[in-house]
Structures are given as structure tokens and as C-alpha cells.
Design a protein around this ligand. Sequence first.
Ligand code: ADP
Length: 592
Amino acid sequence: MPSSFPRLRTLLLIVLPILLGLLGSVWLAGRYAERRQWGELGVEAQGQLELYAQSLRILVERFRALPAILALDTEIQALLLESADPGARDRLNRRLERLNREAGAGVIFLLDLQGKAIAASNWQEPDNFVGGNYAFRPYFQDALREGSARYFSVGVTTGVPGYFLSRAVRDGEGRILGVLVLKLVMEDMQRDWAGQPGILLVTDRQGIAILSSRPAWRFHYLQQAGSDRAPEFDARQYAGHAPRPLAGQPLRAVGDGELLRIAGPDGPRNYLRLRQPLADEGWTLLLLREAQIAGGVVRGYRLAAAGVWLALAFLALFLGQRHKNRHLRQLRRVELERLVEARTAELRKAQDELVQAAKMAALGQMSAALAHEINQPLTALRMQLGSLGLLLQRSDPAALQTCLTRMDGLLSRMAALTGHLKTFARNSPGGLRERLQPDTAIDHALLLLEARIRRDGVRVLRRNAPGAWVEGDAIRLEQVLVNLLHNALDAMADRPHRELRIDLLRDGGDWLISVGDSGGGIAAEHLSRVFEPFFTTKPVGEGLGLGLAVSYGIIRELGGQLEARNQDGGALFVIRLPAAPAPATLRVGQQE
Ligand code: ADP
């Protein structure tokens, strides 16, 4: 259980930020996609609104000047003066009818100073305006007061809504004779709007929708949800269409528009509202676009963001892990290298110790012969000393001289042997590479075994090669030779015929030192095992079985090979060493 806590913590440290990042990126992408969509919708809706405003402006503009021009018409002025005359009225009716047909407006009619319609272009229609009293209409009152007026209302006579453009008709002295009114019917235009996307509303100063692309929305006004404040209006203006409220709840601003939740005739829905004022008329154009953005697009953005985020997160994790692994591998390699170095050093030390131990063992085996070798000249010296006394008495200088020379020879031999023994016994470090002559190494090895060779009556056949040079550690090569010679002498100990052949021969780029004996050779089943450590056929106390194993190792370390076979009634050991060039000074000496 104790290890699960840190693992849980690591997991939380990695997984939690990834999850939080994922949620964050998905949320941001969704918001971004929504904003984009709203932005696009807003731009499109704004363009649409612009077009509606333009068409409305053009329509009103076309008829704006007409009442003023007609008011200046002298015939109309004259007819108005004689309006009591039915004939004049009749002509007036016909004139207005003709004018209206040419202008293509809704209805043109003329009111007297009391607000009574005395003539109308629709005089022949069943629900014509003639005779009706419109004194209460603001377009009449304002025209009397200010000369002209514009006013939207639903016709009391026909029930058809229209935009009323009025103008006072004056006589030559500027006295007002009546009011000329043009009723602009916009029902056709409204019908044209119906097929367009969204809901278009044209609201008047009171905020009441006087035109709409959806008939059901007409004569409604937007009321803040929760408030019951209704706009003030003259009910006669809208005739039978009493304005009704629509609850609207502003949600938030989106680009140029605003998101609203409106409980419209089709039920509550979210709309994007854009507005455009028509200042001349005092109207406002509103476009409501249903606030439905393509969920698929938002989902697509969210998915893409999640994908990108996860890919980045995993890439980061992967790179982090790779970095960590590489670091670990590097640490492990350094550690391993250190370990290998330490082990190699230990092995080398152990090997050196083994070589030295084997050498000491060999020396031990030779100790009897060596003691004899030293003892013999000592005995000889004693005898020489005895004869020296006699010679002194005789005072024979010539014989004395001979005796002294012999004694000097004996002492030199002893000095040479002990001196060399000392060198041989010294612990020589492995890996030493000096230029050396195999002949010298053979000389020294033979010197150490000379006593035994003499005692056993062994015949030594030697082939030298004074120009041979190899590279390596002289004492170690000597150790190998002592081992080989020692084994050969052991093998021949019980033989009647004892012969030692030591050859130094060139073979290509190598020098071959071979040691052959007449000891009967190595048994076939032993031939492959003689280099194994601790393999010996000698009685306990005489052989350790290390000599050849160590020799093999030494020669390998010198870059050479050691092989064994049987030949000429005995064993033959061949040391192969790469030839080295003679040292420069000596080569010069040889040339002289
Ligand atoms: P040791 O001399 O202590 O036995 P070595 O490794 O030097 O160990 O030799 C191993 C064995 O190889 C010897 O016991 C002997 O059987 C065999 N051997 C070595 N040299 C000769 C030789 N010249 N003739 C016959 N047998 C030999």
C-alpha cells in the first residue's frame, strides 16, 4: 500500500491537468465556434435588414412629394372652393381617381376644414371614404397646424392599415381650404417579405409592430418579461387590432445585435435581434433571426479542439518520457562502465597474483636443484681455497693465478644465478611491453634449470636467431619458458634417452619458439586438457596443474598463441609471438 500513494499522486499530477486542459479547450472551442456563428449570422442579418430598410425608404420616398404637388393643383383648389356643388365634387372624385391610378398609391382623398371627406379616389367602391369624418386623425390635425403630416394607422372605414401622408391645400392668399391625404397601402410589400428568413417587424414610435413579415406578429409590442408597462397609444390608431404584448427576456449582446428570449405567437424561442432606425418616419426596423446555431459545427470545433489538445498532451508526455528514459539509460551506462572498469581491475589484480603464485610454485619445485646449483660452486670454492693454501706454500705464482681465476669464475656464476633468481622472483606487473630478444629469455630460463639439466644428463639442442625481436614482458616470457622446460624435464625423468630441442624460427610475421622433448608425449585424451587450470597428471605435491594454464594466459596477453602437440617421441610446445622490429640503435650497430 505505501507505494500506491506516490503513484496516485503522479497520476493525478499528470491526468488532472490533461483533463482540465481538455475541458478548457473544449469549452473555449465551443465558445469560439458559437461566437463565429453568431458573427456570421449577425452580418447576414444586418445585410438583410439594410435591404428591407432600403425598400421601405424607396416606397415612402416615391409618394412623399405627391400630396404637396397635388395641393398646389389649381383645379383641386378651385374645386375645393366650390365643394358644395355636387357637380364639382363629382369632377373632384374623378380627378382624384385618375391621379391615384397614375401614381399607383392606395387612396387619395380630400378633407374639408371640418375633417369630412368631400372626395376620394375610391368614391365608386362600396366602402369608400366619401362622407366619412376624419377630424380626429392626427394626420388631419397636424396638417392644419403645421401644413403637412405623416401618420400610420388602420383605416376606420376599410380596416386596411396604411401610411397616411397629408398636406394642407391653400388658396392664393395662403388660407387653408382643406387637407389632401394620400393613403399608402403597404400590404403588398409586407407580403413580399413573408418568404424571407427571419421575422421582420416595423415598429412605430410607440414600439408597436405596424408591419411584419409574419402576420401573426403584427400589432404586438415587446414587453420586458415581468413588467406590465404598456406603451401609451390611441386605440383608434389600430382600429380593431388592439396591440398586445409579447414577453421578451434579454439574454446577452451578440456582435451588433442582442439575444432575446421572446414568447412569440409560435411559442417561446431565442432570437437574435438586430435593429435599424428609420429616422424620417420615426419607425424602427427589427429583424429577429431564430437563434439556432448549427450544433454540428460547434461539436466539430469542440472535437477538433479536444483532438488537438490530446495530441499535444500526449506528445508532451511522450517527449518527457523519452527524455527521462534517455537520462536513465545514460546513468545506467555510466554505472555499468564504472562497474566493468572496477571488475576488470580486480580481475587483472587476481590474474597478476595468480601468475606470481604459479611462478613461486615453479620456483619451489626447482628449489632443490637451485640449492644444489649454489651448493656445488660453494664446495668447489672450498676445495679451491684448500689448494690455494698449498699453492701459497709452494709459491707457485702461475698455478696460483689459475686457481684464482677459477674461483672468480665460480663466484661470477653464483652471482649471475642468484642475481637472476632475484629478478625472476620479482613480481612483474602485467601489461608491460618492452622490446626483447627471445634468445635472451631462453638463456635465462636455461640458466635457472641448468643444474637439473646437468644432473639428469639431458642433451640440449638449440637453434638461435640473434635477429629475433618481440614485444612483451621479459620476465613473464621467461616464466613461460621455465614452465615448458620444467615440464619437459619432468616428462623425460624416467627415460633412458633425454633430449631437449629449443628452436627459434621465423614464420611469416611471427616468431615461433618451440620446446620439444623426448619424454614420450602427452596422452591423446589429455592433449585437449593440458591448458586447463589444475589439470595435472603429476603426483600430489609435485604438480599444481597451473603452469600451462598461466603460460597460456601470459602468451595470449602478449598477443600470441601457445599450442601443444606430440612429435618425435615427445611433446612439442610452440609459442607464437608477433615479430617486432629491432630497436633503432641496435639496427644501426648491426649495419656497422
Ligand atoms: P603441472 O606441471 O603442475 O602438472 P602443467 O599445467 O604445467 O601443470 O602441466 C599439466 C599437465 O600437462 C602435466 O601434468 C602433464 O600431464 C602434461 N604435460 C605438460 N608438459 C608435458 C610434456 N612435455 N610431456 C608430457 N606431458 C606434459
